[in-house]
Structure formats: C-alpha cells, structure tokens
Design a binder for this molecule. Structure first.
Ligand code: ZN
Length: 412
C-alpha cells in the first residue's frame, strides 16, 4: 500500500512537471531603440509575435521567440534595419530553475494567515484566501467585492477598504490582468496592507483593490505555462485559446485590434466577451460616479502611461494627468526611494496603438478623471520572470508613488 501511494505520488509529481510548458530553445531578442520609421512594422509584428513590455519609438523592444519563430523575426528585423541582440539564448533552464525555487519557497515559507507574502509569489488560491481573511479580520472597514466566476469557474474577489463616510471619493487599483505579470500582484497586496493599517488613508478615499484581475490566466501561469498572458476561454482555433483581457474592454474595442486568434493581443469575439473583463468593467461603471483615480498595474517598462492608447492627440486634462504622474507626485516619489526613473507618457506616444484597454475604458467610458497604467520594473531575463527577491524592493519603491498619486488626485 505504501509502495503504491509512493508510486502514485511519483506519477503525480512527474505528471505535473511534464505538464509545465518547457521553454527549452526559446530566445529573448532585444532591439536597439526603435525609430519612428521602424515602428509601424514592429507594431504589426507585435500582433503576431510575443513582444514583452510596450514597444515604442526611442525604446528598445524585447520579443520572445520559439526556435521556429527566431529566424522569421531575425529576418524581419534585418529587413527593417533594426539592430538587435540575443538577450537570453535559452529560456528553458531559467524557467525550470525558478519553478524549482518557487516550489521550495512554498514549503519553507508557507503563507501565514492574514499576511501577504513578499518573499515569494503567492498563488491565486492563497491570494483569494488572504482577501477573505483580511475582510473577516477587519469587518468595520473591509468588504469583499464579489466579481463572480471566471470562465474556468474560479470565483474571484477584490477588496473595498473604507471608513464608511457617505459620498466619499474612490480610487481603484487592479493587478495581474496579464497573467504572467506576477510582480504586479504584490503591489496590490501592499496597498491593501497600508490602507488596512492606516485610518488616515481611508479618510482620503474609499479604496477598491483587485489583486488578480485574470484569475484563470494567473493560475495557469503557475500550473502550466510561465509566460501565459491571456484569459483561458477557448477561441475558434483550438491551438490558440485565450483573449488579451486588456484589449477586451468596451471602449473602441473594434477600432483596430487584430483578428488573429493566436495573437497575444487577440481582443476576443466582442467587447466584454470575457466574463472576467465584463465583471470588472461593469463594476467600474457602477462606482464611476465616485471614482476619481483608476490605476492598472502591469509589468514591465518603468512607465506611467495615461490615456489614450489609440491616439497621440492630447486629452483635455492632459496637464493634470502629467502633473499627477510626475512633478512632485508619483514618479518623483518612486525615484526618491532607490532612484528608479519612471517616465510619464501618453499610452500612444511610442506609436504603439492600443484599443479596448482598461485605463482608456475607465477614462473614456467611466469618465474617471485620472487613469493610468503603471508598468513596473523589469526582472530576471529582462522581463516577466523576476526572481522573488525582487518583490520587496519593487513594492517598497512603488507604494510611495501610489500614495503620492492618490494624495495629488484628491487635492486637485
Ligand atoms: Zn500587461
């Protein structure tokens, strides 16, 4: 019997290891800073290949390529005269090492009740438990936001933190709408910690925080595929499930998104086709009258992006958006911690245009006066696989930036 259960255990361990996508032979290529002339081509390429971060004029682009894709992408770069180098020659070992580290940390550093972990990346079930424990332990100020079920059947939740003053202005933060951008979630957890501990912050505003906006994808990136970005709902192409949730919001959804199911930025079959996106979007519209600040936390790029993503035409309150993002406010507060320089830019300023993104939706549909996408610092191989040791320094520098932003917005 004992022998049998050992055999079953071994099978399960091997089975789960085999199920995890191998990135053996995958490369990460990094270009020189892109010129305006190259940008239309790179934009088109980014609909087909997996560009990391936000490509843009004046910025280097990084793209992850499979062994089959590598020669195609290299040839395209050469045709466009975009010089490039191999940043990571083989992603496979890195993915496996980090996975082993993660499993070990889960054992050596188990989650403590009502305590967020910053020494390792928490899994979806742990985060959801943390949300409920935080609400249960602080019933006077915390309530669980019930966002319903994901496509895959995960019930997902946010948290509202409030002193209960009627008519209070509100601020919103969401993290991990792109599944693999793990570094974003601890930023949301840190905001929860700070606001729970500090009544003065709740006097400023009601806080709405959604630590995992794409539960199926986030979970899948832990169990099956480190670099999964999209949702998990199937498309008409069985080989290419999933929709980019940050192209699925009901704002200019059909103004220019790709129709290729396999694209990493495939926007879905219609605005709000993804249940997770519809739930979040409709919730934001429900509270939009009081909402003065919307922040989506992504990684990476060290950028604070403001609307719109589809045009470089300035929006009416562009000066205020920039002032809140920079000046004495957010970017300066971040830089004051460890010198990391976030740039404050219009989402489309790099000539990389987006449609159906959450910040544009909050701003354009919800009329939320201040809306931003934060792209955090890069990590690991220059992208989405930061080691767990990077969590603490990133949250330590980003929290003052978030606080400065909230203070600025509520004072103006
Ligand atoms: Zn993202």
């Amino acid at each position: 019997m004992k022998l049998l259960s050992s055999a079953v255990l071994l099978f399960l361990v091997l089975g789960s290891a085999l199920a995890y996508k191998s990135y053996s032979g995958y490369q990460v290529l990094k270009t020189a800073p892109l010129t305006a002339a190259a940008m239309p081509y790179v934009s088109r390429m980014s609909q087909r290949f997996d560009f990391w971060g936000t490509p843009g004029v004046g910025r280097p682009a990084t793209v992850m390529v499979s062994p089959e894709e590598a020669p195609v992408v290299v040839a395209a770069f050469n045709r466009m005269r975009v010089s490039h180098e191999v940043l990571v020659a083989d992603l496979g070992p890195q993915v496996e090492t980090q996975r082993a580290e993660r499993e070990a940390l889960k054992v050596s550093s188990p989650r403590k009740p009502r305590t967020a972990s910053y020494d390792r990346f928490m899994e979806f079930v742990e985060i959801d438990a943390h949300i409920h424990e935080t609400a249960d332990g602080n019933p006077a100020i915390a309530s669980v936001l019930d966002l319903g079920f994901s496509y895959g059947g995960l019930e997902f939740h946010g948290l509202k933190l409030s002193n209960g003053q009627p008519g209070q202005k509100a601020v919103w933060f969401d993290c991990a709408i792109h599944a693999r951008e793990w570094l974003s979630t601890p930023v949301c957890l840190r905001i929860i910690d700070e606001v729970v501990a500090n009544p003065a912050l709740r006097d400023l505003a009601d806080w709405y925080i959604l630590p995992v906006a794409n539960p199926d994808g986030y979970d899948y990136s832990f169990t099956d595929d480190r670099f999964w970005r999209k949702t998990r709902r199937p498309t008409a192409d069985a080989n290419c499930p999933g929709t980019d949730p940050n192209r699925n919001f009901d704002f200019l959804w059909d103004a220019g998104n790709p129709t290729d199911y396999c694209s990493e930025v495939y926007p879905g079959t219609g605005a709000f086709s993804e249940p997770e996106v519809a739930a979040m979007g409709n919730f934001i519209l429900d509270i939009a009258d009081n909402l003065v600040l919307y922040v989506a936390v992504h990684s990476y790029g060290e950028m604070i992006l403001y609307p719109y993503g589809h045009t470089v035409e300035p929006v009416p309150n562009v000066d205020q958006l920039i002032a809140a993002g920079t000046g004495t406010a957010s970017a300066d507060a971040i830089a004051a911690v460890a010198g990391t320089a976030y740039t404050v830019e219009n989402s489309a300023s790099g000539l990389y245009f987006t449609y159906g993104a959450s910040d544009d939706f909050a701003y354009g549909r919800g009329a939320v006066e201040f809306a931003y996408t934060f792209e955090l610092s890069a990590g690991g191989s220059g992208g989405f696989d930061p080691p767990a040791s990077q969590i603490q320094p990133v949250v330590d520098e980003v929290w003052p930036g978030m606080l400065a932003l909230v203070e600025y917005v509520l004072a103006n």
